[in-house]
Design a protein around this ligand. Structure first.
Ligand SMILES: NC(=O)c1ccc[n+]([C@@H]2O[C@H](COP(=O)([O-])OP(=O)(O)OC[C@H]3O[C@@H](n4cnc5c(N)ncnc54)[C@H](OP(=O)(O)O)[C@@H]3O)[C@@H](O)[C@H]2O)c1
Length: 258
Protein backbone atom coordinates (compact mmCIF):
# COMPACT_ATOMS: atom_id res chain seq x y z
CA UNK A 1 0.00 0.00 0.00
CA UNK A 2 1.28 3.47 -0.89
CA UNK A 3 1.94 5.85 1.94
CA UNK A 4 0.35 9.28 1.99
CA UNK A 5 1.78 12.51 3.40
CA UNK A 6 0.05 15.84 3.92
CA UNK A 7 2.25 18.94 4.16
CA UNK A 8 0.80 22.27 5.26
CA UNK A 9 2.32 25.26 3.48
CA UNK A 10 3.61 22.76 0.91
CA UNK A 11 3.30 25.16 -2.01
CA UNK A 12 6.74 26.78 -1.57
CA UNK A 13 9.90 26.89 0.52
CA UNK A 14 10.81 24.04 2.84
CA UNK A 15 7.34 22.46 2.61
CA UNK A 16 7.58 22.20 -1.17
CA UNK A 17 10.99 20.53 -0.90
CA UNK A 18 9.64 18.04 1.68
CA UNK A 19 6.83 17.27 -0.78
CA UNK A 20 9.32 16.81 -3.62
CA UNK A 21 11.50 14.36 -1.69
CA UNK A 22 8.53 12.30 -0.53
CA UNK A 23 7.08 12.20 -4.05
CA UNK A 24 10.44 10.98 -5.44
CA UNK A 25 10.47 8.35 -2.67
CA UNK A 26 7.11 7.04 -3.92
CA UNK A 27 4.72 8.62 -1.44
CA UNK A 28 1.34 10.02 -2.42
CA UNK A 29 1.64 13.67 -1.43
CA UNK A 30 -1.06 16.18 -0.54
CA UNK A 31 0.17 19.74 -0.84
CA UNK A 32 -1.98 21.78 1.52
CA UNK A 33 -1.98 25.51 0.84
CA UNK A 34 -4.21 28.35 1.97
CA UNK A 35 -4.60 29.38 -1.67
CA UNK A 36 -6.08 26.51 -3.69
CA UNK A 37 -4.61 27.71 -7.00
CA UNK A 38 -1.10 27.89 -5.50
CA UNK A 39 -1.45 24.44 -3.93
CA UNK A 40 -2.65 22.96 -7.21
CA UNK A 41 0.04 24.62 -9.29
CA UNK A 42 2.76 23.43 -6.89
CA UNK A 43 1.33 19.90 -7.14
CA UNK A 44 1.30 20.13 -10.96
CA UNK A 45 4.88 21.47 -11.00
CA UNK A 46 6.15 18.64 -8.79
CA UNK A 47 4.18 16.02 -10.73
CA UNK A 48 5.94 17.13 -13.88
CA UNK A 49 9.37 17.36 -12.19
CA UNK A 50 9.19 14.03 -10.34
CA UNK A 51 6.61 11.88 -12.13
CA UNK A 52 5.15 11.38 -8.67
CA UNK A 53 1.60 11.44 -7.35
CA UNK A 54 0.76 14.82 -5.81
CA UNK A 55 -2.49 16.71 -5.31
CA UNK A 56 -3.30 20.18 -4.03
CA UNK A 57 -5.64 20.69 -1.07
CA UNK A 58 -6.99 24.03 0.12
CA UNK A 59 -6.21 24.43 3.81
CA UNK A 60 -5.69 27.60 5.84
CA UNK A 61 -4.21 26.50 9.15
CA UNK A 62 -5.63 29.55 10.96
CA UNK A 63 -9.24 28.63 10.14
CA UNK A 64 -11.33 25.96 11.89
CA UNK A 65 -13.76 26.01 8.96
CA UNK A 66 -11.00 25.56 6.37
CA UNK A 67 -9.50 22.62 8.30
CA UNK A 68 -12.95 21.02 8.70
CA UNK A 69 -13.68 21.38 4.97
CA UNK A 70 -10.29 19.89 4.04
CA UNK A 71 -10.83 16.95 6.44
CA UNK A 72 -14.30 16.33 4.99
CA UNK A 73 -12.98 16.34 1.42
CA UNK A 74 -10.20 13.91 2.30
CA UNK A 75 -12.67 11.69 4.15
CA UNK A 76 -15.01 11.74 1.12
CA UNK A 77 -12.06 10.62 -0.99
CA UNK A 78 -11.31 7.79 1.51
CA UNK A 79 -7.84 9.22 2.04
CA UNK A 80 -5.79 8.12 5.06
CA UNK A 81 -2.59 9.84 6.13
CA UNK A 82 0.69 8.24 7.20
CA UNK A 83 2.65 11.46 7.75
CA UNK A 84 1.32 14.87 8.69
CA UNK A 85 3.90 17.65 8.38
CA UNK A 86 2.81 20.85 10.12
CA UNK A 87 5.13 23.12 8.16
CA UNK A 88 3.07 26.27 7.43
CA UNK A 89 4.50 29.25 9.26
CA UNK A 90 4.84 33.01 9.28
CA UNK A 91 7.66 35.20 10.53
CA UNK A 92 8.26 38.92 10.70
CA UNK A 93 5.80 41.65 9.89
CA UNK A 94 2.70 39.87 11.19
CA UNK A 95 0.61 40.70 14.21
CA UNK A 96 1.45 38.56 17.25
CA UNK A 97 -2.09 37.13 16.98
CA UNK A 98 -1.51 35.89 13.42
CA UNK A 99 1.91 34.50 14.30
CA UNK A 100 0.51 32.48 17.20
CA UNK A 101 -2.57 31.44 15.22
CA UNK A 102 -0.42 30.16 12.35
CA UNK A 103 2.64 28.71 14.08
CA UNK A 104 1.12 27.28 17.28
CA UNK A 105 -2.66 27.01 17.01
CA UNK A 106 -2.35 25.95 13.35
CA UNK A 107 -0.44 22.72 14.08
CA UNK A 108 -2.79 21.94 16.99
CA UNK A 109 -5.91 22.64 14.92
CA UNK A 110 -4.67 20.59 11.95
CA UNK A 111 -3.44 17.72 14.17
CA UNK A 112 -6.77 17.43 16.01
CA UNK A 113 -8.74 17.78 12.76
CA UNK A 114 -6.71 15.15 10.90
CA UNK A 115 -6.55 12.60 13.76
CA UNK A 116 -9.43 10.49 12.45
CA UNK A 117 -7.69 10.28 9.08
CA UNK A 118 -4.29 9.18 10.42
CA UNK A 119 -3.32 5.58 9.78
CA UNK A 120 -1.99 3.41 12.59
CA UNK A 121 1.73 4.09 12.95
CA UNK A 122 1.46 7.59 11.44
CA UNK A 123 3.89 10.37 12.33
CA UNK A 124 3.20 14.02 13.01
CA UNK A 125 6.07 16.45 12.40
CA UNK A 126 5.87 20.01 13.71
CA UNK A 127 8.36 22.31 12.01
CA UNK A 128 10.05 24.38 14.69
CA UNK A 129 12.88 26.92 14.86
CA UNK A 130 16.03 27.61 16.84
CA UNK A 131 14.39 30.95 17.67
CA UNK A 132 12.00 28.92 19.84
CA UNK A 133 14.77 27.73 22.17
CA UNK A 134 13.78 28.00 25.81
CA UNK A 135 17.05 29.84 26.40
CA UNK A 136 15.51 32.83 24.58
CA UNK A 137 12.66 33.12 27.09
CA UNK A 138 12.74 34.84 30.46
CA UNK A 139 13.19 32.58 33.47
CA UNK A 140 9.50 32.48 34.45
CA UNK A 141 8.30 31.40 31.02
CA UNK A 142 11.21 29.02 30.55
CA UNK A 143 10.06 27.34 33.78
CA UNK A 144 6.43 27.36 32.67
CA UNK A 145 7.11 25.76 29.30
CA UNK A 146 9.52 23.15 30.65
CA UNK A 147 7.27 22.11 33.56
CA UNK A 148 6.79 18.36 33.08
CA UNK A 149 3.24 18.67 34.49
CA UNK A 150 2.16 21.42 32.07
CA UNK A 151 -1.12 20.53 30.35
CA UNK A 152 -2.20 21.39 26.84
CA UNK A 153 -4.97 23.62 28.16
CA UNK A 154 -2.65 25.49 30.56
CA UNK A 155 -0.12 26.05 27.77
CA UNK A 156 -2.73 27.46 25.38
CA UNK A 157 -4.27 29.60 28.18
CA UNK A 158 -0.85 31.05 29.01
CA UNK A 159 -0.19 31.95 25.37
CA UNK A 160 -3.68 33.49 25.05
CA UNK A 161 -2.96 35.58 28.16
CA UNK A 162 0.35 36.67 26.67
CA UNK A 163 -1.52 38.00 23.63
CA UNK A 164 -4.39 39.57 25.58
CA UNK A 165 -2.20 41.31 28.17
CA UNK A 166 0.72 42.07 25.82
CA UNK A 167 3.03 40.17 28.16
CA UNK A 168 6.75 40.19 27.42
CA UNK A 169 8.12 36.63 27.56
CA UNK A 170 11.64 37.80 26.72
CA UNK A 171 11.31 37.07 23.00
CA UNK A 172 8.96 37.99 20.15
CA UNK A 173 5.73 36.26 19.13
CA UNK A 174 7.62 34.05 16.65
CA UNK A 175 9.96 32.82 19.41
CA UNK A 176 7.01 32.24 21.74
CA UNK A 177 5.07 30.41 18.99
CA UNK A 178 7.91 27.95 18.34
CA UNK A 179 8.86 27.51 22.03
CA UNK A 180 5.20 26.75 22.76
CA UNK A 181 5.05 24.41 19.73
CA UNK A 182 7.99 22.43 21.15
CA UNK A 183 6.18 22.23 24.51
CA UNK A 184 2.93 21.21 22.81
CA UNK A 185 4.77 18.45 20.93
CA UNK A 186 6.22 17.12 24.20
CA UNK A 187 2.81 17.32 25.94
CA UNK A 188 0.98 15.44 23.18
CA UNK A 189 3.66 12.72 23.18
CA UNK A 190 3.62 12.51 27.00
CA UNK A 191 -0.20 12.28 27.09
CA UNK A 192 0.00 9.54 24.45
CA UNK A 193 2.59 7.48 26.33
CA UNK A 194 0.73 7.90 29.65
CA UNK A 195 -2.59 7.19 27.92
CA UNK A 196 -4.30 10.37 29.11
CA UNK A 197 -8.02 10.04 28.29
CA UNK A 198 -7.89 12.40 25.30
CA UNK A 199 -4.83 10.67 23.84
CA UNK A 200 -5.71 6.96 24.25
CA UNK A 201 -6.55 6.73 20.58
CA UNK A 202 -3.08 8.04 19.67
CA UNK A 203 -1.46 5.45 21.95
CA UNK A 204 -3.55 2.57 20.64
CA UNK A 205 -2.62 3.53 17.10
CA UNK A 206 1.13 4.06 17.72
CA UNK A 207 1.02 7.64 16.46
CA UNK A 208 4.21 9.58 17.11
CA UNK A 209 4.85 13.29 17.19
CA UNK A 210 8.10 15.27 17.06
CA UNK A 211 9.33 18.76 16.33
CA UNK A 212 12.08 19.17 13.72
CA UNK A 213 14.10 22.30 13.05
CA UNK A 214 15.32 23.00 9.50
CA UNK A 215 18.04 25.43 10.61
CA UNK A 216 18.31 28.84 8.92
CA UNK A 217 17.34 28.23 5.31
CA UNK A 218 17.33 30.26 2.08
CA UNK A 219 13.59 30.65 1.46
CA UNK A 220 11.32 33.67 1.28
CA UNK A 221 11.19 33.49 5.07
CA UNK A 222 14.88 32.84 5.70
CA UNK A 223 16.20 35.28 3.09
CA UNK A 224 19.10 34.89 0.70
CA UNK A 225 21.84 35.20 3.36
CA UNK A 226 20.80 32.05 5.21
CA UNK A 227 23.57 29.44 5.30
CA UNK A 228 21.44 26.41 4.46
CA UNK A 229 19.89 25.29 1.20
CA UNK A 230 16.25 24.32 1.03
CA UNK A 231 17.41 20.72 0.46
CA UNK A 232 19.37 20.74 3.74
CA UNK A 233 16.47 22.31 5.64
CA UNK A 234 13.95 19.83 4.24
CA UNK A 235 16.23 16.87 5.03
CA UNK A 236 16.28 17.96 8.67
CA UNK A 237 12.48 18.19 8.71
CA UNK A 238 12.05 14.82 6.98
CA UNK A 239 13.63 13.00 9.93
CA UNK A 240 10.28 13.42 11.69
CA UNK A 241 8.39 11.58 8.95
CA UNK A 242 10.09 8.22 9.44
CA UNK A 243 11.47 8.27 12.98
CA UNK A 244 10.33 5.84 15.65
CA UNK A 245 11.02 8.48 18.32
CA UNK A 246 8.30 10.56 19.91
CA UNK A 247 8.14 13.81 21.86
CA UNK A 248 11.55 15.15 20.86
CA UNK A 249 12.96 18.20 19.17
CA UNK A 250 15.47 17.32 16.43
CA UNK A 251 17.81 19.05 14.03
CA UNK A 252 19.60 16.97 11.38
CA UNK A 253 18.39 13.79 13.07
CA UNK A 254 19.90 14.68 16.45
CA UNK A 255 17.90 15.50 19.54
CA UNK A 256 18.44 19.11 20.61
CA UNK A 257 17.53 21.03 23.74
CA UNK A 258 14.13 22.62 23.21
N1 LIG B 1 13.50 29.52 6.52
C1 LIG B 1 14.06 29.43 7.71
O1 LIG B 1 15.21 29.87 7.91
C2 LIG B 1 13.35 28.73 8.84
C3 LIG B 1 14.07 28.54 10.04
C4 LIG B 1 13.45 27.87 11.09
C5 LIG B 1 12.14 27.42 10.94
N2 LIG B 1 11.47 27.63 9.78
C6 LIG B 1 10.10 27.13 9.69
O2 LIG B 1 9.96 26.32 8.54
C7 LIG B 1 8.61 26.38 8.06
C8 LIG B 1 8.61 26.70 6.58
O3 LIG B 1 9.31 27.93 6.40
P1 LIG B 1 9.81 28.46 4.97
O4 LIG B 1 11.14 29.05 5.19
O5 LIG B 1 9.59 27.43 3.94
O6 LIG B 1 8.77 29.67 4.79
P2 LIG B 1 8.14 30.33 3.48
O7 LIG B 1 9.01 30.13 2.32
O8 LIG B 1 7.77 31.71 3.91
O9 LIG B 1 6.82 29.45 3.29
C9 LIG B 1 5.81 29.49 4.24
C10 LIG B 1 4.68 28.59 3.82
O10 LIG B 1 3.68 28.63 4.85
C11 LIG B 1 2.45 28.92 4.22
N3 LIG B 1 1.48 29.54 5.11
C12 LIG B 1 1.59 30.68 5.81
N4 LIG B 1 0.46 30.91 6.49
C13 LIG B 1 -0.39 29.90 6.19
C14 LIG B 1 -1.70 29.56 6.59
N5 LIG B 1 -2.42 30.35 7.39
N6 LIG B 1 -2.25 28.41 6.12
C15 LIG B 1 -1.54 27.61 5.29
N7 LIG B 1 -0.32 27.88 4.87
C16 LIG B 1 0.27 29.01 5.32
C17 LIG B 1 2.81 29.82 3.04
O11 LIG B 1 1.72 29.89 2.12
P3 LIG B 1 1.54 31.12 1.06
O12 LIG B 1 2.41 30.78 -0.11
O13 LIG B 1 0.08 31.09 0.78
O14 LIG B 1 1.99 32.37 1.76
C18 LIG B 1 4.02 29.07 2.52
O15 LIG B 1 3.62 27.94 1.78
C19 LIG B 1 7.91 27.44 8.92
O16 LIG B 1 7.18 26.80 9.94
C20 LIG B 1 9.07 28.23 9.51
O17 LIG B 1 8.72 28.85 10.73
C21 LIG B 1 12.05 28.27 8.72
Amino acid sequence: MKQTALITGGNRGIGQQVARVLAVDGWDVLIAGRDRAKAESAAARLRSDTGGRLKGVELDVTSDASVATAVQKLRDGAIRIDALVNNAGVFGRQTPELTIQTNLMGPLRVTLGMLPLLRDGATITNVTSGLGELANLDAAHRALLSDPALTREALIDAVRRMLRDHEDWGTDAYGVSKAALNALTRIIARDTVSRAPWAVELADRNIRINATCPGWVRTEMGGRNAPRSVEEGAASVLFGVTTSETGGVFRDGRRIEP
